[in-house]
Design a protein around this ligand. Structure first.
Ligand SMILES: Nc1ncnc2c1ncn2[C@@H]1O[C@H](COP(=O)(O)OP(=O)(O)OP(=O)(O)O)[C@@H](O)[C@H]1O
Length: 787
C-alpha cells in the first residue's frame, strides 16, 4: 500500500503505466521507502493512496520494481478520514456537518453502502439531483479500479482486462456478470473456453441458454475461419456445439439449441438459411457485394469513344510498348475498357501485368486524361491485397499503387467493421484478386462510386483468401461478368521450366518430368525426418553460391512436425544466423531473435506502413537497459521502412526463413525450396502446390515424399462453400446457367427470404444429429408456433 508520487509513463491504448509510490505498508521484504510500480491501471491519481497486489521483480537496469497484477484505491478508513473525504471539494454542497451525519448513519462502510444502494443517502434529503451527483462521483472514482480488480480476480491478465474495460467502460462488471459469453462476441482474444471458465465461477453452467449461445457463436466463427466457407452446415454446427458444451444429446438440449439459435438470429448475430448457419455479418457482406456490383453495372453509362478510336489506340500502344498482343489479350483489353466490371485471370507469365499496362494507357488516352497522378483529373486507382503485390503493380505500371487497406483508409483492426470508405476514382484495377476475402471485398466494392469501371485481375487457380469466401472464383464462376481466361505463356526466360511445370500441375499432369532435375528446378526424395538436414545442406550450399538468404524462401504447408514451419525456422536460423558468444539475442517464447534474422510481419499496422505478410530483417536489438522507454526493442527493416517494435508487439512477428504457402501468396522469390511430406496430407491440394511453385522466379527445389507431390497434383477438392453466386443471381435477376448459352434474364422475382427458416434447420440439421427419442422436430415446430 502506498501513495502515488509521480507517474512517468502512460500508454493510453493498453492502460500500461509506470509510476513511483511512497510505500506505507507492505508484506514484501521491501524496506527502502519508494518503489517503481508497473502494470495496467485505469485512472491513477498522484497523491492518492492505493493498495497493490503483485510481486517484486529485478529489472536488469532499473533494479527492483513492483509488478502489479491488481490494485485498489485505498478507501478513507475510519470515522475521521471518512468525514474529511465527504467534506472534501469532490462533493460540493457537503460540509463537515453533513459528512458527520453520513458517517453516523451509514457507519465506516458508508462508501460501500452508497455504491450498493442508490437510496442510502435519501435520509440527508438533499434532493434527487444532488444525491445523484454524489453517487456518481463516488462510483466513478471507484469504477475503473473495481472493474480491473475484479477482472483480475476472474483470471484475466492485464492486457485482456484492459481490452474488456475499454469495450464496456463503467458497465464492465454488470455486462460480464449478466452474460460472460457476450465477451466471445465483443472482445478479441476471449474465446468460448475463457468465457466458460468465468461463467462457471458465476454459476452459469450446463445448458444455460447464455452458455449455449456463446458456444454457437464461437463454433460458427471457428468453422468459417477454419474451412473458408461463408456458412456452416447446421448439422455440423449442432455436433460441434454439443461437443464443446460437453452435453449429452437430449430433447431438452435440442430445444435449447433451437432457442439459442433463435435468440442469436433475433439479436442479429447469426442467420439461418436452408439449414445452414451464417455469421450475419458475413451473409450481409455477400448480399452487399452483389448489390454494389449491380449498382456499378446499372450506373455505367457506356463509353464516349468509338470502337475505331479504341482500335487505333491499341495499335499505337503496341508500337509504344513494342509488343503484339495475342487474340485473347487484345480481347481482354477491349472488354475491360468497355464494361463496368471485368475479370481477368491467368497463370504466371500469361500477360496479366502487360494487360494492366495497356488498359491504363488506353483508358487515359481515350478519356483524354493525363497519365499523371499529380493532375487534377487523374482518376485511376491501382491496388492489391498485399504490400508486396501493390509494390509490384506500382513498379510495372510506373503509377501509384497501394494496398487495398491503404486505398480505403482501413486500419486492419476491428474498427474496420464500422468503416464506410468511398473511392473517387473512375477506373479501379485490383491485382492478386484471389487473395481478397469476403469482408475486405465488401468494403472495397461498396466504396466504388456510380459510373466507375472496375477491373479485377488474378489467378483463379491459386489458393483462395485466408479469410472466408472465394470471391474471385465465385465472380468468375457466376458467368455474370465478362471474363477472360489467359492461357498462352509469354514469358521467355531462356530455358526456364518452372512456369511450364506450374501449368502442368494446374492441368493435373503427373509426369515423370515433375521429378526430373532441370537447370532451374530439382526434386530431392527424402522422408520427413530427413527434411531438416537436407534443407540445411541446400541452404548452406546456396549461401556458398552467393544466394542472399533474403532471396531464398522455404515454403511449407503446416506449422507442426519435423518438416513443419516452426522446426524448419529453428533449423535454418542456426545455419544462416547462428548464435556466437558475443552476439546479442532476445527470446520470445521458444523463438530467439538475433540481428540479421529474417522475420515476417503478422498484422496490419497502416500507421507504420507495415502489413501482414511483409518480410523484413532485424537490424537492431535495443535492450531495455539501453533505452529511455525501458523496454526491449527490435528494429526491423521492411524493405527500406524501419520499424521499432517493443517487446509487447513481438507477437506480431515470426521468423521467416520458412513461411506458410498461404502467406507467400502475392510474393515471388528468386529461389523457392518446397518441402512436402505425407504427414501433411490434410493440406495437400493442387492449388497449394500450384501456388507454391508459382512463387519461384529462378530456382525451385522440391524436397520430400514423391507421393506427397503426386497426391497434391491429384487432389482438386478445394471448392469452398459460399453463397455469393446465388446472391449475385438473385440481385441481377438471373437464372443460374444450365447450358453454355449466355445467362438468361428472368422475370422480376422477389429476393429470397433469407431470414430464419426454422423448419429447415429443424429438419435438416437437428433431428438426425441428436437422438430425440420421443419428440420430433415437427412436434417442436408446432409447439413453437402455438406459443
Ligand atoms: N503478347 C506478348 N508478346 C510478347 N511478350 C509478351 C506478351 N505478353 C506478355 N509478354 C511478356 O511475357 C512476360 C510475362 O508477362 P506478364 O508479366 O504481363 O505476365 P503476368 O501474367 O503478369 O505474370 P506474373 O503473374 O507471373 O507476374 C513479360 O516479360 C511480358 O513482357
Amino acid at each position: 500500500m502506498g501513495t502515488v508520487k509521480a507517474i512517468f509513463f502512460e500508454n493510453p491504448e493498453n492502460l500500461y503505466k509506470i509510476f513511483t509510490i511512497k510505500v506505507k505498508k507492505t508484506n514484501t521484504d521491501w524496506d527502502a521507502g519508494d518503489i517503481v510500480v508497473t502494470g495496467s491501471f485505469g485512472e491513477i491519481s498522484e497523491e492518492e493512496e492505493y493498495r497493490f497486489e503483485g510481486k517484486i521483480v529485478d529489472h536488469p537496469k532499473y533494479g527492483k520494481q513492483f509488478q502489479a497484477t491488481s490494485y485498489k484505491r485505498s478507501r478513507p478508513n475510519g470515522r475521521k478520514e471518512l468525514i474529511s473525504f465527504f467534506s472534501s471539494e469532490e462533493f460540493p454542497g457537503i460540509g463537515k456537518k453533513k459528512a458527520e451525519k453520513i458517517v453516523d448513519e451509514l457507519g465506516n462502510d458508508a462508501i460501500d453502502k452508497i455504491l450498493q444502494d442508490p437510496h442510502a443517502l435519501d435520509f440527508l434529503k438533499l434532493g434527487e439531483e444532488k444525491t445523484q451527483n454524489i453517487i456518481e462521483q463516488i462510483s466513478s472514482n471507484h469504477q475503473t479500479e473495481q472493474a480491473l480488480y475484479q477482472l483480475n480476480n476472474y483470471g484475466f491478465g492485464p492486457t485482456l482486462s484492459a481490452r474488456i474495460y475499454q469495450k464496456y467502460g463503467p458497465q464492465t462488471l454488470d455486462k460480464i456478470t449478466e452474460d460472460p459469453y457476450q465477451l466471445v462476441l465483443d472482445v478479441k482474444g476471449v474465446g468460448f473456453k475463457r468465457a466458460d471458465e468465468l461463467a462457471k465461477r458465476l454459476g452459469i453452467t450446463g445448458d444455460d441458454l447464455r452458455r449455449i449461445k456463446g458456444a454457437l457463436i464461437q463454433m460458427v466463427t471457428l468453422s468459417v475461419n477454419e474451412t473458408g466457407d461463408t456458412f456452416v452446415d447446421g448439422q455440423n454446427l449442432v455436433k460441434r456445439v454439443t461437443g464443446v458444451l460437453r452435453a449429452s444429446s437430449t430433447p431438452d438440449l435440442t430445444k435449447k439449441l433451437v432457442d439459442g439459435l433463435r435468440g442469436l438470429v433475433k439479436d442479429g448475430v447469426l442467420l439461418v438459411e436452408d439449414g445452414n448457419v451464417y455469421e450475419k455479418d458475413l451473409s450481409d457482406s455477400e448480399w452487399s457485394i452483389a448489390q454494389s456490383l449491380k449498382m456499378i453495372d446499372d450506373t455505367f453509362k457506356g463509353v464516349s469513344w468509338s470502337q475505331h478510336a479504341l482500335k487505333k489506340e491499341l495499335k499505337q500502344i503496341e508500337t509504344d510498348f513494342k509488343v503484339k498482343y495475342d487474340e485473347s489479350q487484345e480481347k481482354a483489353i477491349k472488354q475491360s475498357l468497355t464494361h463496368p466490371v471485368f475479370l481477368l485471370t491467368g497463370g504466371p507469365g500469361t500477360g496479366k501485368t502487360t494487360i494492366i499496362n495497356a488498359i491504363v494507357a488506353a483508358y487515359a488516352k481515350l478519356n483524354d486524361m493525363p497519365l499523371d497522378p499529380a493532375a487534377d483529373d487523374y482518376a485511376i486507382a491501382l491496388a492489391a491485397p498485399t504490400g508486396r503485390a501493390a509494390k509490384h503493380m506500382g513498379e510495372s505500371t510506373g503509377l501509384p499503387a497501394m494496398t487495398i487497406h491503404r486505398l480505403l483508409g482501413l486500419t486492419g483492426t476491428e474498427d474496420d467493421e464500422f468503416a464506410e470508405p468511398s473511392l473517387d476514382c473512375k477506373l479501379l484495377i485490383i491485382d492478386e484478386m484471389s487473395m481478397v476475402d469476403t469482408k475486405l471485398f465488401k468494403l472495397l466494392i461498396s466504396a466504388v462510386q456510380p459510373g466507375t469501371q472496375v477491373v479485377l485481375v488474378g489467378d483463379r487457380d491459386q489458393l483462395p483468401s485466408v479469410g472466408p469466401g472465394q470471391i474471385f472464383a465465385d465472380l468468375i464462376n457466376s458467368e455474370v461478368f465478362p471474363t477472360m481466361v489467359l492461357k498462352n505463356i509469354h514469358r521467355q526466360d531462356g530455358d526456364s521450366t518452372i512456369i511450364q511445370l506450374a501449368h502442368d500441375i494446374n492441368e493435373g499432369l503427373i509426369e515423370d518430368d515433375v521429378f526430373q532435375n532441370k537447370s532451374d528446378r530439382s526434386f530431392i526424395n527424402c522422408s520427413s525426418r530427413e527434411v531438416p538436414s537436407v534443407l540445411s545442406q541446400i541452404i548452406s550450399k546456396s549461401n556458398d553460391r552467393g544466394f542472399d538468404i533474403a532471396d531464398v524462401q522455404v515454403l511449407a504447408p503446416m506449422y507442426r512436425g519435423q518438416a513443419g514451419i516452426d522446426n524448419l525456422n529453428f533449423v535454418i536460423q542456426n545455419v544462416v544466423n547462428p548464435m556466437t558468444p558475443k552476439r546479442k539475442e532476445v527470446s520470445m517464447g521458444n523463438t530467439k531473435y538475433r540481428i540479421n534474422d529474417k522475420v515476417v510481419y503478422l498484422v496490419n499496422t497502416p500507421e507504420d506502413n507495415v502489413f501482414n505478410g511483409e518480410i523484413g530483417k532485424i537490424v537492431g536489438i535495443i535492450l531495455a537497459k539501453e533505452n529511455t522507454d525501458h523496454v526491449d526493442q527490435l528494429v526491423i527493416d521492411f524493405d527500406g521502412n524501419e520499424v521499432t517494435l517493443d517487446r509487447k508487439d513481438w507477437t506480431n512477428i515470426a521468423l521467416a526463413y520458412c513461411t506458410s504457402i498461404h502467406k507467400s501468396q502475392g510474393s515471388e522469390f528468386e529461389m523457392v525450396i518446397l518441402p512436402l511430406v505425407n504427414e501433411e496430407s490434410r493440406m495437400l491440394r493442387r492449388n497449394l502446390l500450384y501456388t507454391a511453385v508459382t512463387r519461384a522466379k529462378r530456382l525451385l527445389i522440391m524436397v520430400g515424399d514423391r507421393s506427397a507431390f503426386e497426391r497434391s497434383i491429384r487432389d482438386q477438392s478445394s471448392e469452398r462453400q459460399t453463397t455469393l453466386k446465388e446472391r449475385i443471381f438473385t440481385t441481377f435477376k438471373i437464372k443460374p446457367k444450365q447450358t453454355d448459352d449466355a445467362p438468361e434474364i428472368v422475370e422480376e422475382e422477389q429476393p429470397r427470404d433469407y431470414r430464419l427458416t426454422m423448419d429447415l434447420i429443424m429438419n435438416n440439421s437437428i433431428n438426425p444429429m441428436i437422438g430425440m427419442d420421443q419428440i420430433t422436430p415437427a412436434d417442436f415446430l408446432e409447439k413453437e408456433a402455438s406459443k
